[in-house]
Design a protein around this ligand. Structure first.
Ligand SMILES: NC(=O)c1ccc[n+]([C@@H]2O[C@H](COP(=O)([O-])OP(=O)(O)OC[C@H]3O[C@@H](n4cnc5c(N)ncnc54)[C@H](O)[C@@H]3O)[C@@H](O)[C@H]2O)c1
Length: 428
C-alpha cells in the first residue's frame, strides 16, 4: 500500500516532521536504523524533547508507524532524509549517514517518487553526493523521479516557532522538482520559500548558522575586553537593541553548544578550502573565539577564587546547568564539558546540578562510553549544593531554577548569562 511520506531518521528533526505531516492527514511511516528508537516509538515513547508520549500516541492513532525495514521506502510517494551530519574526527564533514540513507532509498527507488534531503550539509551535496547514488540504478533525477533539498530550521524547545509556522525553503534539482517539493510541504507548512536550486537551498541554511556563529563570537570577544574596561556588556547590548532597525542582539556565554552552530559552519569552510584552496576566515576566527570561551570562564573562576584567598585547586565549583539550551535535556557539544575537564585538570572539585541531566559523562558524548570516562551525578538540590560550594557558575539558566535563592545561598557566583545582579555576583 502506498504511503504519502516516509521519514528517514526519526530524531529531533525527523520526528516533528512526521508529526506535522500526520496531523495534516498524510499517511506517514518512519524508517530508522536504531531498533531501540523504533520499538520505543511504536510502543508510544518519545525520545526527543519537543514531543511527548501523548504526541506519539496521537501520531500512532493517525496511522504513523516506525520500522527498521527499508522495504518501506519502496511504498513512499515522498521520502525525506533527516539523518545526522556530524563532523569526522579530522573536523571535516561526515556524510556517512546521508550516504547510507541514500543507498537504502536507491535500493527501492522507483519512477514518480520525490526524494528530499533535509540534513544540514555543504552546498553541492544533493547534486554531487546524493543524486549519483540515486541514479546508479538507471533512473534520472528530474525525469524519472524528483529530487530536492529543504533545510530544516527546527529550534528544539521554541514555544512559538515550530514546523508549521516556520517558513520552509525548498530548492529542486529542476524547476519541476522545486514545484513538487513546494507542493508537498505546502500541505502542512504555512509558507514555502523557493530557492533557485539545491545549492542555494543548502547555502541558505549555512548562511543562517554561520551568521549566528560569527555574531556570538563577536559578543564573546567583546565580553572579554568589556570586563577590564568596566563595561557591562549585557547592558550595552540591550541598549543597542533599542534600535528598531539594522541591529539584532546576540549575547555572550560560556561558548556555543548544540549540533548546529558549532558544526555547520565547518561544513562550509571545509568546502571552501577543499574546492577553492582558501580559508573562510570569518568562520575560523569565530571558531577560535567560541571554543576559547570555556578557558576564559575557567580563568574568571580562578580570579574570583583568588580574590577570596582561595586556589582553584581544592575548591568546590558548582556548575549550574550543563545542557546547551535552557529547559531541554540536550547536552550535545555543550561548552560546559570542556570547562569541567579544564577545572578538573587543575585540581578543582567539580560538582554540577541540572534538573534535566542525572548522569553526566564529561569525557564522551559521541560513541559508546568507556570504563575510563568520568561520569558525574547531579547534585540533588541546587540550593544546598550552592551553600556547600566555594563558587557557583551559572551556565544554563533553566526556568525551574530559583536564582534568587541560589544567589542568597552562595558565597560567590559567576554569571555567564548576564541574568543576575547582587553583591556576590560577578558577570562574565
Ligand atoms: N536538531 C536540530 O535542532 C536541528 C535543526 C536544524 C537542522 N538539523 C539537522 O538535521 C539533521 C538531523 O539532525 P537530528 O538532530 O534530527 O539528528 P538525531 O541524531 O536526533 O536523529 C537522527 C536519526 O537518524 C537515524 N539514522 C542515522 N543514520 C541512518 C540511516 N542511514 N538510515 C536511517 N536512519 C538513520 C539515527 O538513528 C537517529 O535516530 C542533521 O543534519 C542536523 O544538522 C538539526
Amino acid at each position: 500500500m502506498a504511503v504519502d511520506l516516509v521519514v528517514v531518521g526519526l530524531g529531533y528533526v525527523g520526528l516533528p516532521l512526521a508529526q506535522a505531516a500526520s496531523a495534516a492527514g498524510l499517511s506517514v511511516r518512519g524508517f530508522d536504523l536504531n531498533r531501540t528508537i523504533v520499538e520505543g516509538l511504536n510502543a508510544g515513547h518519545s525520545h526527543v524533547d519537543d514531543l511527548s508520549d501523548d504526541d506519539i500516541a496521537t501520531m500512532l492513532g493517525q496511522g504513523f508507524r516506525a520500522t527498521t525495514d527499508d522495504a518501506v521506502l519502496g511504498e513512499a510517494d515522498t521520502i525525506v532524509i533527516c539523518v545526522p551530519t556530524p563532523l569526522s574526527p579530522d573536523g571535516g564533514p561526515d556524510l556517512g549517514a546521508v550516504l547510507g540513507a541514500t543507498r537504502s532509498i536507491a535500493k527501492h527507488l522507483h519512477r514518480g517518487q520525490l526524494v528530499i534531503l533535509e540534513s544540514t550539509t555543504y552546498p553541492g551535496t544533493t547534486d554531487e553526493d546524493v543524486r549519483p547514488i540515486l541514479e546508479a540504478g538507471g533512473l534520472v533525477a528530474g525525469i524519472d523521479f524528483n529530487l530536492a533539498f529543504s533545510p530544516e530550521r527546527i529550534d528544539p524547545g521554541n514555544p512559538v516557532y515550530g514546523m508549521v509556522n516556520t517558513p520552509k525553503v525548498v530548492g529542486g534539482h529542476t524547476a519541476a522538482c522545486t514545484d513538487r517539493a513546494a507542493a508537498f510541504y505546502g500541505r502542512f507548512v504555512k509558507t514555502v520559500v523557493r530557492a533557485r536550486g539545491t545549492r542555494e537551498a543548502e547555502m541558505a541554511k549555512l548562511i543562517e548558522n554561520t551568521y549566528r556563529h560569527i555574531n556570538i563570537a563577536l559578543v564573546n570577544e567583546m565580553a572579554q575586553f568589556c570586563k577590564p574596561l568596566g563595561i557591562d556588556v549585557w547592558d550595552a547590548i540591550n541598549a543597542a537593541a533599542s534600535k528598531p532597525f539594522g541591529f539584532q542582539a546576540f549575547f555572550p556565554g560560556p561558548g556555543v553548544g548544540g549540533h548546529c552552530i558549532p558544526i555547520d559552519p565547518n561544513y562550509l569552510s571545509h568546502r571552501v578550502k577543499t574546492l577553492l584552496g582558501q580559508p573562510f576566515r570569518f568562520v575560523e576566527l569565530a571558531q577560535e573565539i567560541n571554543t576559547g570561551m570555556p578557558a576564559y570562564v575557567k580563568r574568571r573562576i580562578q580570579d574570583l577564587l583568588n580574590e577570596q584567598g582561595k586556589s582553584l585547586k581544592g575548591s568546590t565549583v558548582l556548575l549550574l546547568g550543563v545542557t546547551y539550551k535552557p529547559d531541554i535535556a540536550d547536552q550535545r557539544e555543550s561548552p560546559v564539558r570542556p570547562l569541567a575537564r579544564q577545572l578538573l585538570a587543575t585540581g578543582a572539585n567539580v560538582v554540577f546540578h541540572d534538573p534535566y541531566v542525572q548522569h553526566w559523562n564529561i569525557d564522551n558524548e559521541h560513541g559508546h562510553p568507556a570504563d575510563t570516562d568520568r561520569v558525574l551525578e547531579s547534585e540533588a538540590d541546587a540550593i544546598a549544593a550552592a551553600k556547600a560550594a566555594d563558587i557557583v557558575v551559572l551556565l544554563m539558566p533553566h526556568r525551574s531554577y530559583d536564582l534568587d535563592a541560589i544567589v542568597s545561598a552562595s558565597v560567590q557566583v559567576l554569571d555567564t548569562r548576564g541574568r543576575l545582579t547582587a553583591a556576590n555576583v560577578e558577570r562574565l
